[in-house]
Design a protein around this ligand. Sequence first.
Ligand code: OGA
Ligand code: NI
Length: 356
Amino acid sequence: MEKLLSSWSSTVKSLPESYVFPVDARPGDMTVPFCDTIPVVDLENALACDRHDAVQQILRACQDYGLFQVINHGVDNDLLHDTMSVVQEFFDMPNEDKATVYSEDPSRKCRLYTSTYDYENEKVHLWRDNLRHHCCPIDDFIHLWPQKPTKYRDVVREYSLQVGKLSARILDLICEGLGLGPGFFGDELTGVELFSANHYPPCPNPSLALGLPKHCDANLITFLLQDEIYGLQVYRNGEWLGVQPIHNAFVVILGHQAQVPSLHINWAGIGSMHVISNGKLISPEHRAITNSTNHRTSIVYSINPKPESIIEPAKVLINESNHALYRAFQFKEFLKSYEVKKDYNEGALEDYKIRV
Ligand code: OGA
Ligand code: NI
């Protein structure tokens, strides 16, 4: 418990040495401007006007950025507010209330911890605390979730159900764009849903530390809800771009398992959406910076393949002129190499590439 940032960060005036990143990984320029070309998809409007157009908008966003924001997505705005509030209340609780879910055992299906799954062996600690738990099927896991704040379970249950439904809608639109046929992303590729709340307290020296270093998400797709405090950046064409917080929007980020071989080959961002799309879609590198004045909270809803699932380029995308870029592998095999490589991105898919 004493390792949690929320236990001690407000009492220090300077950044402890163990949180100082190597020079080339530091945030550097803290005045990165918001990127105004990251697509914002109005789901309701787009679908009401022209489904084909909505599909193309999302497909282009996934090819160009691997990331987009979605508004009018059908998840109740009051629920977004209540979920953000209950998570912030959770992190604000005294230590004795948080102790019931604190654990240093990464195999726990619900736990509060700090930095990464491997605090003891990591070279630099991350400036974040994280509450993470499984969600699907809810009845198998809800008894493990925090009991305090008292509303936590009810609110987060409803949130999980609604964001789970939104993910199915967005994945259907991506399927359509790729020509994969409805229901391609079935239970095997989406069966593990994780709720992960990041809490970034004010940091004494944001130019030396990171909430999360440059990484690609290891999953299929991520739905990120952020509060009004800026901190998310995406790496594109060699530069960092700021992702503007938009009230009631989700930032949708494609994960390692989604990509197909592409028009925009950018091997830096490889993930399962990257593999399944055979490189066509990008899994973007992104990171979270900190700031010296405000707490920041982000809630990541992560859709993952089941551990035993086979990840491979979709067969309909492979032909004479589009050879498979990756061999088939089990998702759990990938997760192991993702953790071992620890650089979270370039190296993670190396072992699965087919070389010609
Ligand atoms: C993540 C992530 C970014 C943020 O949790 O994988 O990229 O803004 N979070 O918290
Ligand atoms: Ni991420």
